[in-house]
Design a binder for this molecule. Structure first.
Ligand SMILES: [Zn+2]
Length: 157
């Protein structure tokens, strides 16, 4: 299964795409990165929190056998449609630039009322009129939201 999901990213100082809603600390720097090489995999934050709470030596990270877990909150998140992304609030926890766009999601995908949680994902298109996203990402870049949506929005079946 492979679908296009819609989301916001916060852009770090190196132009890399990171979660827009999950504060990056206390997690290791590489953990919540949407990788430019497209090999981003879901990680279970519940497991990470437990481990960082003092159990690290005794319980190494143990992701679900099947990611993302049905009854968990893990996975790479995305809205179902451009319309839902457009209606979403803008994160306020960070002063980093926030960019919006589309990601191709793959592997195991849990579909909920609000969106997708996916096992695998890579960004495919961003609205980036100011050029804040690293050129390491092989993404389509648009100056406007309307231009991106015109090319990437798929009719809901
Ligand atoms: Zn989980």
């Amino acid at each position: 299964m492979s679908v296009i999901g819609w989301r916001q990213w916060a852009v770090d100082g190196a132009g890399r795409l990171r979660p827009a809603w999950t504060p990056w600390s206390p997690f290791p720097a590489g953990l919540l990165l949407w990788r430019p090489d497209g090999l981003t995999k879901a990680f279970c934050l519940r497991g990470a929190r437990d481990d960082l709470g003092g159990q690290m030596s005794q319980s190494p990270l143990t992701p679900h056998p099947r990611m993302p877990g049905e009854d968990c909150v893990c996975g790479l998140y995305a809205w179902l449609s451009a319309h839902e992304l457009a209606a979403a609030a803008t994160p306020r926890w960070t002063s980093r630039p926030i960019v919006v766009g589309a990601a191709r999601l793959g592997g195991r995908i849990v579909v909920s009322e609000r969106g997708y949680r996916a096992q695998l994902g890579y960004p495919v298109a961003v609205v980036d009129p100011n050029g804040v996203v690293s050129t390491a990402y092989p993404v389509a870049r648009y100056r406007t939201w309307d231009a991106l949506v015109a090319e990437w929005d798929q009719p809901v079946k």
